[in-house]
Design a protein around this ligand. Structure first.
Ligand SMILES: [Zn+2]
Length: 254
């Protein structure tokens, strides 16, 4: 199947509700937001949440897991450590990360946490919204809406494909470190928005056909966190989104 027809297929054939979720388990593991309190049942809630969304593609999932598992095995064989994604960014991704870092500098010249420290909860909410609106321009994606609201306690945020919207969890804004993390969540979710825009419209955003094909395939065979941290994180769309937030952070803090 040619790339154009694959694009057409995805554009017209899929109207399923679909989200990419940045899950708190990953962050607790890396100790980034240890200050954020979360409840024991949070794990159960996220599992229930993604289970609903998993049912439709369970059969395809097994097939995709085998493919990802093969890739993980290969890396183990090469002796690589899999703690962090071994993402090899394309030029367009490197340029995008630089643009994100520039926006971070423009919005938070004295550091994100420092800026958040002096803000009320409502002001933090406004800062997230403003950053998301500016970020959408930097990613060159037409986001229909951004909402900062209380969602599942185990979720930082998500991009919803069928409404082309961003949801950022307000629960984390109570702590300044959580508020800082949510700025990076915006970058993560905007990366998904751009990925989807690149595979479903004529604007490829500078990405290669092979990368777009990989993302298209992954969007159709998305692995939720409930299937395991390693599988979730190693899938192409997540690997790229985690890379984008980490790289932006690195360049911003330089
Ligand atoms: Zn994600």
């Amino acid at each position: 199947m040619g790339f154009q027809s694959l694009k057409e297929k995805i554009k017209h054939g899929i109207n399923k509700t679909w989200t990419t979720i940045k899950e708190i388990g990953l962050k607790v593991k890396s100790g980034v937001v240890s200050a954020v309190k979360w409840t024991v049942d949070a794990g159960t809630r996220i599992v229930d949440y993604v289970k609903e969304r998993t049912q439709a593609w369970n059969a395809r999932l097994e097939e995709h897991k085998k493919e990802i598992a093969g890739r993980i095995e290969q890396e183990k064989y090469k002796g690589k450590v899999i703690e962090r994604p071994q993402h090899r960014p394309e030029k367009a991704e490197i340029a995008q990360a630089q643009n994100c870092a520039n926006l971070l500098r423009q919005c938070f010249p004295n550091g994100i946490a420092e800026s958040m420290r002096h803000k009320t909860l409502e002001e933090r909410e406004d800062a997230i919204m403003e950053f998301a609106q500016k970020g959408a321009k930097v990613f060159n994606v037409p986001i229909s809406n951004v909402r900062v609201e209380n969602i599942h306690a185990a979720v930082f945020g998500y991009y919803e494909r069928n409404t082309n919207s961003l949801r950022i969890n307000k629960l984390f804004l109570k702590e300044e470190l959580g508020a800082e993390e949510q700025i990076y969540t915006v970058i993560h979710e905007l990366t998904h928005a751009q990925q989807w825009h690149a595979v479903s419209t004529e604007n490829a955003h500078g990405y290669s056909n092979s990368l777009l094909n990989e993302w298209s395939y992954n969007f159709e065979h998305y692995i939720p966190i409930a299937e395991g941290d390693e599988f979730y994180r190693k899938q192409p769309v997540e690997e790229a989104a985690f890379w984008m937030e980490q790289e932006s952070k690195k360049l911003y803090n330089k």
